[in-house]
Design a protein around this ligand. Structure first.
Ligand code: BTN
Length: 324
């Protein structure tokens, strides 16, 4: 059971910018009017700002920048994504926790977010350095009613959303390196880890983990990735409000996800290709024994990379070593 304080924040946050009367709060939380007033004073000390108008009540006008389920939910304009948000200050991995929640039956759209992760996981069992509170580390649980064969498309939807939101927030244009790395100035800025549990024709759950390097300075990047990774702060010299970033991300993800379900993959494919790293450029790649050269021509409906070979044939690559 959450504390009175948490219940009060939740109550006010759910009202958005509308006024709620002290009487109503006191009845809903079953505490006295004086206790309501004392709680409000405590919240003010934590950075919340209220407007109090006689006969109308209270409303939140400013929430603190500190990341929490409530600060994210305050002003979040989504229908289902992030209706349930679980926030931890430090956790092993939001991905691992999200999978546990998914297995226990949590709702479609549940979001697990942490300030830092002690054991962040990347693709191919790699480590994802995130034991600092300067990035965005979150995992989303989805229960899409689509064939498991189409699941890779949702990673591409997410990559497109990340590119769009990063561009909107930072006025820099990232590149999506197939299948799902986000680069800025040729260095890794963000990554996506998609894991799912499915039967032959039904997805039980899909967990999409998103890691974005946001406010880290060069010195704050882990030594082992300092020369290959980057952050928005390093690239722009600016710092970014993580709560706003997450809100935009969730709003854009919900919108694009819905569009994908309603209209199919073609709009996502078009946006993905606009951001594609080395689009129409020549690269060297290896699928079998021999290395060969080819031109990147985009992605197929099933998420494969379309490569034009030297003989002019278009091949679909599902896994390949590419010398980027
Ligand atoms: C990659 O590029 O290899 C994918 C990185 C994914 C990292 C995110 S951070 C939030 C979530 N929790 C994890 O442990 N991993 C993902």
């Amino acid at each position: 059971m959450s504390s009175t304080r948490e219940q009060l924040i939740e109550l006010l946050a759910k009202q958005g910018g509308s006024f709620v009367s002290g009487q109503w709060i006191s009845e809903t939380l079953e505490i006295s009017r004086t206790a309501v007033w004392k709680q409000m004073k405590q919240l003010e000390k934590d950075g919340y700002q209220f407007e109090a108008v006689p006969n109308k009540g209270y409303r939140i006008v400013e929430v603190p920048h500190k990341l929490s389920a409530n600060t994210i939910q305050w002003g979040l304009h989504t229908k289902w994504l992030g209706k349930e948000i679980v926030h931890h200050d430090r956790i092993s991995s939001t991905q691992t926790t999200a999978i546990e929640y998914a297995q226990e039956g949590c709702d479609h759209g549940t979001v697990i977010v942490a300030n830092r992760q002690s054991n962040g996981r990347g693709r191919l069992s790699r480590q994802w350095y995130s034991d600092n509170d300067q990035g965005i580390w979150l995992s989303v649980v989805l229960r899409p009613d689509i064939s498991p064969m189409k699941a890779p498309q949702l990673t591409l939807v997410t990559a497109t959303v990340l590119a769009e939101v990063i561009e909107q927030i930072s006025q820099t244009t990232p590149a999506i390196k197939w299948p799902n790395d986000l680069l800025l100035n040729n260095r890794k800025l963000a990554g996506i880890l998609t894991e799912m549990q499915a039967e032959q024709d039904k997805i039980h759950y899909l967990v999409i983990g998103i890691g974005i390097n946001v406010n880290q300075s060069y010195q704050e990047m882990d030594l082992s990735v300092r020369e290959i990774a980057t952050s928005l702060q390093i690239e722009t010299g600016k710092t970014f409000h993580q709560t706003t970033f997450i809100q935009l991300l969730l709003e854009c993800l919900e919108r694009r996800y819905q569009q994908y379900l309603d209209e199919g993959f073609h709009l996502i494919k078009a946006s993905w290709e606009q951001y594609a790293y080395k689009m129409n450029k020549e690269v060297t790649y290896q699928t079998g024994k021999a290395k060969q050269k080819g031109f990147i021509r985009g992605i197929a409906e099933d998420g494969a990379l379309l490569m034009e070979t030297e003989s002019g044939r278009i091949d679909s690559l599902y896994s390949a070593e590419i010398d980027w």
